[in-house]
Design a protein around this ligand. Structure first.
Ligand SMILES: *Cc1c(COP(=O)(O)O)cnc(C)c1O
Length: 359
């Protein structure tokens, strides 16, 4: 039955299938599930349960609070690592694994291990080309000269992060692979974690003990120059609130941004920029009704958008217009908005009715 709010359908079965596909293809090992930003906007807890059931045993989030919520939901089994590290005062927490992004983080964690009298798990992040987080070259030199600085740590992984993995021809990829190999050789032996989604497709130099895919799990194309090898996950359908007939010359929406050049039928649906349907899509997007595209006309407003449905068989209020779906994927919508699929997914609104599918 048609409701008044837009329906966001999230295919957990597709997420699990995508994880399995990446895990099987990963050249030498396991892959984690990166579920930061509430599982790329799709719900870290339902996504986490689906991945756990599929066999995933390593999770990455960005914030400690995200890690605590995921631990609560998933129980004690899987590793849950916090990419941004722990805030001061939380250094002794043992149930989550902090990513140590600098020597200050290393000192805080080793201090906590000494104080608590037990080894504490940690992941050491070496910067090889992002200049964002991770040990810089001088810090690496200091650690390499004195492995004692890591005393008391149970080093689960040494990791780094690729800057240009979605562009296989970019020279920085090989530079980062070489820097990472050199850094690992100077550090205590530990398993390596290297590739993100796109990195998993770059070949054997980017293989590691633990891949860290995020976006590909959720249907974003990790190989932008080629067809998407993974399954789509998200469908967004917005019900039509009203349909009106307007005469030629009538303007639609804020700023009178669109003028009907002929007698037209306009359908208004319940979604807007407050729901993450970006205002930059104004005049640039299409919806789908009964398999046919209908152009978005006028500006995207906070709670409403308008489509020109003159050229399709007359819909009825309550019929839905597809905003995201097959043929207009998050990547497609992002391209029209001048952004990337990640931003479309992580911006998906809280006002949609969420319908989780498991098959
Ligand atoms: C976000 C993130 C990932 C996952 O990246 P995708 O491109 O979404 O696969 C992996 N590692 C780190 C450090 C990240 O910040």
């Amino acid at each position: 039955m048609a409701g008044i709010e837009a329906v966001l359908t999230i295919d957990l079965g597709a997420i699990a299938a995508n994880w399995r596909q990446l895990a099987v293809a990963a050249p030498s090992g396991q892959v984690a599930g990166v579920v930061k930003a509430d599982g790329y906007g799709l719900g870290a807890v339902p996504v986490g349960h689906a991945l756990l059931a599929a066999g995933c045993r390593h999770f990455f989030v960005a914030h400690l609070s995200e890690g605590m919520a995921l631990r609560e939901a998933l129980g004690p089994g899987p590793m849950i690592a916090v990419l941004n590290g722990f805030p001061p005062g939380m250094d002794g927490a043992a149930a989550l694994v902090p990513v140590l992004n600098g020597l200050g983080d290393v000192a805080a964690r080793t201090h906590a291990a000494r104080t608590g009298g037990q080894a504490l798990p940690a992941i050491l992040h070496v910067d090889t080309g992002m200049a964002r987080l991770g040990l810089d070259a001088a810090e690496l030199d200091r650690l390499a000269a004195d492995h004692g600085l890591l005393a008391g740590l149970d080093l689960r992984f040494v990791m780094t992060h690729l800057a240009c993995a979605d562009d296989p021809a970019h020279p920085l990829n090989a530079v980062q692979a070489a820097r990472f190999a050199a850094a690992r050789a100077r550090l205590p032996a530990a398993p390596a974690s290297f590739a993100n989604s796109s990195g998993l497709f770059l070949g054997p130099d980017f293989a590691s003990d633990l891949g860290r895919p995020g976006c590909a799990l959720f249907g974003i194309n990790p190989t932008p120059a080629a067809p998407n090898p993974l399954r789509q996950v998200v469908t967004l359908d917005a019900p039509i609130l009203q349909i009106r007939s307007i005469s030629a010359g009538t303007t639609v929406g804020y700023g009178a941004g669109w003028t009907a050049e002929r007698p037209s039928r306009i359908a208004t649906v319940a979604a807007g920029y407050a729901d993450g349907y970006l205002r930059s899509l104004s005049g640039r997007a299409a919806g789908i009704i009964a398999g046919r595209p209908v152009p978005l006309v006028g500006r995207v407003s906070m709670d409403l958008i308008t489509f020109d449905v003159t050229d399709v068989p007359e819909p009825s209020p309550g019929d839905s217009i597809g905003l995201i779906g097959p043929g207009h994927t998050p990547d497609d919508v992002a391209a029209r908005a001048g952004t990337i699929g990640y931003e479309i997914l992580t911006g998906l609104g809280r006002r949609y009715r969420r319908d989780y599918r498991t098959v």
